[in-house]
Every structure is written in structure tokens, then in C-alpha cells.
Design a binder for this molecule. Structure first.
Ligand SMILES: Cc1cc2nc3c(=O)[nH]c(=O)nc-3n(C[C@H](O)[C@H](O)[C@H](O)COP(=O)(O)O)c2cc1C
Length: 224
């Protein structure tokens, strides 16, 4: 693994280039290599304890995209024009609570931890959830998973921008109705997964309508 050595200006330029793209050029398609690259940066994202509490569904089927429109007020134009449209799912309590089978699977099969380490890790994870972070309700556990899935979202949008691909994060949807649809038509077990966000990828149809505006850097960062 080489130490990355990308020029700061190149990275900052990508951050300036990225904007929440309202409409994509429907005639342009992201290559398989590029979309795989973007999704791999989600897969490589950090997560608490390394338990990766997420799943991503790439919705390319036109009928399924149509079904999303009535439950996602922020998405119709993107559903029509984006090259790739991704649903960011986060794990709920039955997957991420300290005693869940999935957590054991992650420690045993994915991380291949030895039994004695699993024992220590399990205790530590339980204490973290119960004592340190007060993750004592289903809602809190889902929100905690969601926070982590948003890290993957940020990484996907940044990596897309670095290769000249546009994106738009979308929270403009009705969570309950969207999850009912996912359960019924997308084969998602919504007792285990909830919908955190949608994100569209493609190529901008036109230049951004507004110049990028941000608060003053000095108001955002303080040093002590
Ligand atoms: C979590 C999140 C949810 C968002 N939801 C929507 C949305 O539903 N529809 C939309 O057009 N833009 C959405 N945006 C885009 C923001 O409006 C946009 O990022 C913000 O105004 C800053 O503009 P910029 O991204 O172009 O720099 C969302 C952004 C974030 C981070």
C-alpha cells in the first residue's frame, strides 16, 4: 500500500467542484469502473468497532425508481436523470445490539478474532452501548448506525468529485413510507435495516445555479 501523495489543491478543487446537483445529464452514464470505485470507498469507510452497520442498494431498475418518487419529494428529478441512484441503509437493533448474531459474525468470520479476544471485545462493546453512549432504545441504535453510514456517504461523494462525477445527497423522503416500500418491493427486511439517505450520482446537466457559499472559516474552526 503506497502512502497517498495527492496535491492539496487537487483535493480542494474536488471539494469546490462538488455541489448538490439538482439535475443530471440523463444521456451520460457513469462507467462500471467508476461506480465500483465510488462504492468501494463506502466499503472502506471507518465504522465504530469496525462493525460496518450499513448496506447500499443501487437502484437502476426504472420501475423501482418510479415507485420511489411518491415517497421521496427531494428525489424525482434525480431519479429521472441520475446515472446511478443509491439507497443508504443502516442497521437497526436486531443487527447491532451488543448481543446480536451479526456482531458475533463480524468478530468471528470477518475479523477472524480468536475466542479470548472476542470475549473481551464483546464485553467492551456492551459497556460502550449501555454505559458510555446510552444506546438503550431501538431509535438510538438506528441513529448511531446512521451516523456511521453518513461517513460512507461523505466518502462516496468526495471520491466521486475527485474523478469528476457529480452527486446529490437526499434526505427529502418520508422515512416510514419509504421503508414500507423497501419492505414490500425491494426485498429489504426493515426490522433489520432502516433508510438513512438516498444519494444520486451522474454528470451535471448545467453549471450550479448558485455560487458555493460557506460561513467564514474562522467562525467554523477555533483553536485553544
Ligand atoms: C444529509 C443531507 C441531506 C440533503 N437532502 C437534500 C435533498 O433532499 N434534496 C436536495 O436537492 N439536496 C439535499 N441536500 C443538499 C444540500 O441542500 C446541500 O448540500 C447544501 O445546500 C450545500 O450546498 P452544496 O452541497 O451544493 O455545497 C442534502 C444534503 C445533506 C448533507
Amino acid at each position: 500500500m503506497n502512502t497517498p501523495n495527492i496535491a492539496r489543491e487537487t483535493i480542494l478543487n474536488a471539494f469546490q467542484f462538488r455541489h448538490a446537483t439538482k439535475e443530471f445529464d440523463a444521456t451520460k452514464t457513469i462507467s462500471n469502473e467508476d461506480i465500483d470505485f465510488i462504492l468501494k470507498t463506502a466499503n472502506l469507510s471507518p465504522s465504530s468497532f469496525g462493525f460496518e452497520p450499513w448496506h447500499f442498494i443501487v437502484v437502476q431498475n426504472k420501475e423501482l425508481r418510479e415507485l420511489l418518487k411518491p415517497v421521496a419529494w427531494g428525489a424525482p428529478l434525480k431519479l429521472d436523470t441520475a446515472s446511478h441512484f443509491v439507497l443508504g441503509l443502516s442497521m437497526k437493533a436486531p443487527m447491532v445490539k451488543h448481543d446480536a448474531d451479526y456482531i458475533m459474525h463480524m468478530m468471528k468470520d470477518v475479523k477472524q478474532l480468536p475466542a479470548d479476544v472476542i470475549e473481551i471485545y464483546s464485553k467492551f462493546y456492551r459497556e460502550f452501548q449501555e454505559r458510555d453512549f446510552d444506546l438503550d432504545t431501538d431509535k438510538k441504535l438506528f441513529d448511531w448506525s446512521s451516523k456511521q453510514t453518513y461517513i460512507a456517504l461523505g466518502n462516496m461523494m468526495t471520491s466521486a468529485a475527485l474523478v469528476g462525477i457529480d452527486s446529490c445527497p437526499i434526505e427529502g423522503f418520508h422515512q416510514e413510507k419509504a421503508e414500507a416500500l423497501l419492505q414490500e418491493k425491494f426485498g429489504v427486511d426493515t426490522t433489520k435495516y432502516g433508510l438513512s439517505f438516498m444519494v444520486a450520482f451522474g454528470y451535471r446537466k448545467a453549471a450550479p445555479e448558485f455560487a458555493k457559499s460557506r460561513r467564514n472559516f474562522e467562525d467554523v474552526v477555533s483553536w485553544k
